[in-house]
Design a protein around this ligand. Sequence first.
Ligand code: AHR
Length: 501
Amino acid sequence: TITHGQIDPRDEIAAIDRRLFGGFVEHLGRHIYDGIFEPGHETADAEGFRSDVIELVRELGVSTIRYPGGNFVSGYRWEDGIGPKDQRPRRLDLAWHATETNQIGLHEFQNWLDKVGSDLMLAVNLGTRGTEGALDLLEYANTSVRTARTDERAANGHAEPFAVKMWCLGNEMDGWWQLGHRNAEDYGKLASRTAKGMRQLDPSIELVVCGSSGRSMPTFGSWERTVLEHTFDDVDFISCHAYYQERDGDAQEFLASAVDMARFIDSVVATADHVAAVKKSDKRIMLSFDEWNVWYLSKWEEQAVAYGPDEWPVAPRQLEDQYHALDAVVFGDLLITLLQHADRVRSASLAQLVNVIAPIMTEPGGIAWRQTTFFPFSITSRLAGERAVRVAVDAGTFTSAQFGDVANVNAVATVDAEGVSLFVVNRSTTDAVDLRIDVSEFGGELALVESHLLHEEDRYAANTLADPERVGVRRVEGAQVRASALAATLPPISWAAFRLA
Ligand code: AHR
């Protein structure tokens, strides 16, 4: 049977904010040290950054990069990372039980961002610190008038402000694991005070308040409500974090993960709009999905090294998940889901970027390679046009233990002046789908210019140090545009992208 669908530009969801294709770099494991920064590496530039990693990050196409954490930021003193490198203190990072050498800080990271062509999004420490530390950092980063702080910045080599637009008011403050964790009331008051001060200093910034660290958190929903009751007038975004993994070898259930993400988004939107209704406000709080990915968190919890009280390694191997083809299909579906919610999700950060639950891996002194998840991200980021458009396809459903009836096929399109891009996932573990997508609304001029398929007979195939190009994307064989319709067959457990222009 043929599954019919249609792309009609009138079914517009919203203009796409490019910040949807953001990333996240945390001082964690080998992300910074022995990841993006490895002075002894043969590709290292004058500042010690690996050029091979820079190339891959550029190819990935990440817009805004959230930094420096994550859990790390809740114990971080940003001043440790500025000034002469040989005078920077070594500190204990309580979040990941490691030693932070502070050889990379704000200035170096901004230099790296200039090389990869991405914008900085900064998080302030509202765990062990508060309003004053946040204001000091904002003044240091964004102020142009002469002050003691901006003199210091100039002396450190950056006379011009960094002009950081987006700021996160802490990280995952609802989590028991977070340094300085507090309840929604206390966090909401602190976030509001801090936001007001930050806006007094720089009214042009955009602020993200912490939402829940997951939809399964016991305080989910009430956390968002209480926090927004305190901060509604002070912030622009509320954050969402979600990680997914295959459990007990149940690939079909894992392939329903994007349904969870969609419900997460819908619930946070409803909660934010409820607060707006109570306040009789037309303001709409946007979502910053600033941590999302596949992450085998349960393996990490089971296998995490129990460091002794005197063991604080520098850049240990932590959270180095190896992603297979199935992970990449679910990952592609998460990106489709973010685009389907482009009206309210105006920013998102893939967590993370290099070595730590990452699309890019490196070996010290060796190669850098693309994990399977690299492909859906780089292709979606490159092909996504200006506006997201709904695509209705009805290829039947499967039954999920958590979500009930779940669509076998999920798709979204984007349109721009030159053409249309379609992103689609076949979640069925058993059946191929013959798609026929009507594009006649575009006037019969469109031709297929690119197609990409991510599918492996062995769904657990992965790219590794020994075999770094085992999994990739290939053309969708037989795909064609005829009589104003795109026809293509998608094998079970596959993700695909098409460009028509
Ligand atoms: O991305 C890894 C960790 O996941 C982050 O540090 C934290 O914010 C989240 O719990």
